[in-house]
Ligand binder design. Structure first.
Ligand code: COA
Length: 300
């Protein structure tokens, strides 16, 4: 428990399953796309790394963390609009950082909104690059994909099998520099039919995962050796999105120019931008030329 000047007492405790409803309310107020399943997954993966803030006994904010070995991730940093600018966000962020450090994490990363960026800077985070959130209507993407299919070479794509999962995790690790096997395994378990890969004989060429969001179907991660494979995977996953969905979103790192032109070609338009930021000595290198889409701002 800590006292905040003129505001009362702030308690930060572990976030529990019973707090998810409150988390959903906060993310709804912020207009974010996560679902209850996203919160549940974060809690399953890092049960001691997700926190809730209470100001004078009232729930006011949340933060989640994930650790990928030496690299950690901060997400779902949300404070109720009526309780902002009182130090709650900073206290939650500090708690998340402390937890990740206690797990041996050296580099902490996040995708910052413009509101959060100033606070992260104050705590020492630095900008790396931009991540663009692209959005389109499902009908429009399907039209664009149909047209594209007429001119493209057919690529064999199929759902990721249980047997291939280890290979996918290794392929992803070679690209990212850290293993996020914990998240990838969960995503495949939950959304098997929307987790696809393509290969050339023995060689894996790329994979894609997609899942339902609260306002739009979320595509990503998409990691591929080359533009052709990435395009084939994107087009195939879009064809599989349930007909009743209205929108599709995909978060693309700006430095991957091919990825940006790929999604634009399939009718996506930039909706918003995040700043990829990091804290700590950045000793590892990710191969951004192969990262066509991240899995989401709350988990990289
Ligand atoms: C970003 C967010 C979490 C910040 O939460 P917050 O509780 O307002 O954060 P803090 O109060 O610690 O800091 C915000 C500002 O208030 C100031 N502040 C803190 N305590 C204060 C006080 N007692 N009196 C006046 N100002 C105060 C801080 O200095 C900071 O100022 P700055 O933006 O000029 O640096 C909140 O705005 C939010 O939920 N936004 C929507 C979701 C979002 O974008 N999350 C970030 C995702 S990356």
């Amino acid at each position: 428990m800590q006292e905040i000047d003129g505001e009362g007492s702030l308690e930060i405790r572990l976030l529990k399953r019973r707090d998810i409803e409150f988390g959903m309310e906060l993310k709804g107020l912020a207009g974010w796309n996560q679902t209850r399943s996203d919160w549940e997954r974060l809690l399953r993966l890092q049960p001691r790394g997700c926190f809730l803030a209470k100001l004078n006994g009232e729930k006011v904010g949340t933060v989640t963390t994930l650790s990928y070995g030496e690299v950690g991730w901060v997400g779902m940093l949300l404070v109720h609009p009526a309780k902002r600018r009182k130090g709650v966000g900073t206290a939650l962020l500090r708690r998340g950082i402390k937890h990740l450090r206690s797990r041996g994490v050296e580099v902490i990363k996040l995708d910052a909104t413009p509101e959060g960026r100033k606070m992260y800077k104050r705590l020492g985070f630095v900008d790396e690059y931009m991540v663009c959130r692209y959005r389109s209507e499902l009908g429009k993407v399907r039209e664009a994909v149909k047209k594209d299919d007429l001119t493209r070479r057919e690529i064999k794509i199929r759902p990721i099998s249980e047997k291939e999962l280890g290979e996918i995790v290794f392929f992803d690790e070679k690209t990212l520099g850290v293993s996020r096997g914990n998240v990838l395994r969960e995503l495949v378990r939950e959304n098997g039919g929307y987790c696809l890969c393509t290969r050339d004989g023995q060689n894996l060429l790329g994979y894609i995962m997609a899942r339902a969001g609260s306002g739009a179907w979320q595509v990503g991660p998409l990691v591929a050796q080359d533009f052709e494979s990435a395009g084939g995977l994107l087009r195939e996953v879009v064809k599989r999105v349930p007909q009743e969905e209205e929108f599709v979103v995909v978060d693309v790192p700006s430095p991957n120019l091919g990825a940006n032109s790929l999604v634009k070609n399939e009718s996506f338009k930039v909706e918003r931008r995040f700043h990829r930021m990091s804290l700590g000595s950045d000793g590892y290198i990710e191969d951004l030329g192969k990262i066509f889409a991240i899995s989401g701002p709350e988990k990289g």
